[in-house]
Ligand binder design. Structure first.
Ligand code: CAP
Ligand code: MG
Length: 431
């Protein structure tokens, strides 16, 4: 392979390439050998030279390894020329196919993890980005000024509740203080809870909350389905019944449909993105794809909210706290004028974990609790109140125990769950 697929850093023009950074471990040759195999396979090469390759193809389309550090394993940077891609029509499947395709199975490679993609302005501009972002969602919920962390809930049990039962609970948690509620990722339109009836009763209940409290609560109905046609049918019936947000299991349905929904002017509601399935490839720190890639592609495709992890909670940390901070900062910061994405902390959260999540992940965050609200000893409304009280105490810098003295719902939650799951994040804070 010689000098092919390798370049000097000064030869690489970031504005004309998508640059991928990998953690790479070679299975036999040197790190550079493994990196060249990757660059070859993912651009114009294969296991043997082919007579059909032209000079134009080699010069214009071959990917180049231009940074590598280590003998057998280490960080590697590969530049993929923009001409290699069809971003207008191929979009995110094209980006993933080229930067995260066959390489994971190559025999030259023992482990490979895609840990970053640097995408130039001209490429980012091709994508729709979010329609609402943090500012648009805060406008809906009336929290632009006070910038409070949004409290969200997932209806529990995950599945099994009938539409009327869910609507009654929605009213309870709405009055209790949540800003957001959502279906669980495995609730589709099962016979016991058809989407049309569900949305109509839910929005009725949340309109009542609005009349009584003046607070607009967002409900993200899961429109994920077997095919894009059925997803559109779900969206149509949801919007016809007054839905004010939709949810998509983006890794199950695909970035393609998320992109289409974000581009579709007839869909005038935020898209909440659940990442079920992510840990199958984001959890292993040596092999797979880093969650920041999912975050970047979700922002390109147009997701308005995205689960990114908690500073403390039930999920095994596929990303350390610092990595979650990095992902959330990316979603909240300027990126070639694409709108921001509201990061969602979720998974085993209960009131005692609110301060640590706000302290480590900031105020521009949605803090979601399912069990942490519906498992409250005094019921769902009290569960929502306890979460709201924990947020109030945190923003007023009052220790929860202190605040609990005058807030019975918070007191009951602390008595039931104590500081379950807080250990890891407390260690982080000591650092
Ligand atoms: C949380 C949850 C979410 C996970 C997703 C669940 O419920 O509804 O799907 O948080 O994980 O089904 O587990 P609880 P992530 O609040 O009851 O734990 O946010 O890491 O993608
Ligand atoms: Mg869930």
């Amino acid at each position: 392979m010689g000098k092919a697929f390798v370049a000097n850093p000064e030869e690489v023009e970031p504005e004309n390439n998508i640059i991928a950074v990998y953690w790479l471990e070679s299975s036999r040759g040197s790190l550079l050998d493994a990196a060249k195999a990757l660059a070859s396979e993912q651009s114009i090469g294969t296991w043997t030279e082919v007579k059909t390759e032209t000079l134009w193809i080699r010069e214009r389309l071959s990917a180049k390894v231009f940074k590598w550090k280590g003998e057998k394993e280490g960080l590697v940077s590969v530049a993929f020329p923009l001409e290699l891609f069809d971003l207008e029509r191929g979009g995110i499947p094209c980006i993933l196919g080229i930067t995260a395709g066959n390489l994971f199975g190559l025999s030259e490679i023992k482990n490979a993890r895609l840990i970053d993609l640097q995408i130039p302005k001209s490429a980012v501009k091709i994508f729709p980005g979010p329609k609402f972002g943090i500012e648009g969602i805060r406008k809906i919920c009336g929290t632009v000024k006070n910038r409070i962390p949004h409290i969200g809930t997932i209806f529990k049990p995950k599945v099994g509740l009938k539409p009327k039962e869910m609507a009654d609970i929605a009213y309870e948690v709405g009055v209790g203080g949540v800003n957001f509620c959502k279906d669980d990722e495995t609730l589709f339109s099962q016979k016991f809870c058809p989407i049309e009836e569900r949305v109509s009763l839910m929005m009725e209940a949340l309109d009542k909350v609005y009349e009584e409290t003046g607070r607009r609560v967002m409900y993200a109905v899961n429109v994920t389905a077997a095919t894009p046609r059925l997803i559109y049918e779900n969206i149509e019936s949801a919007l016809d019944n007054g839905a004010n947000a939709i949810m998509l299991d983006i890794l199950l349905a695909g970035f393609g449909i998320l992109h289409q929904l974000a581009e579709d002017p007839s869909i005038k509601v935020p898209i909440h993105c659940h990442r079920a399935f992510h840990a199958a490839f984001t959890r292993n720190p040596r092999h797979g794809v880093h969650m920041i890639i999912v975050a970047k592609l979700t922002r390109l495709a147009g997701g308005d909210q995205l689960h990114t992890g908690t500073a403390a909670g039930k999920m095994g940390l596929s990303n350390e706290v610092r990595e979650i901070q990095l992902i959330n900062d990316f979603l909240r910061n300027e990126w070639y004028s694409l709108k921001t994405v509201f990061p969602v902390a979720s998974g085993g959260i209960h009131p005692a974990l609110v301060p640590i999540n706000v302290r480590l992940l900031g105020r521009d965050i949605v803090i979601n609790a399912g069990g942490g609200i519906h498992g409250h000893p005094m019921g769902s409304r009290a569960g929502a109140k306890a979460m709201a009280q924990a947020v109030e105490a945190t923003l007023k810098n009052i220790p929860l125990e202190e605040y609990a003295k005058t807030h019975i719902e918070l007191k009951a939650a602390l008595e039931k769950w104590g500081y379950k799951y807080a250990e890891k994040a407390s260690e982080f804070l000591k650092k």
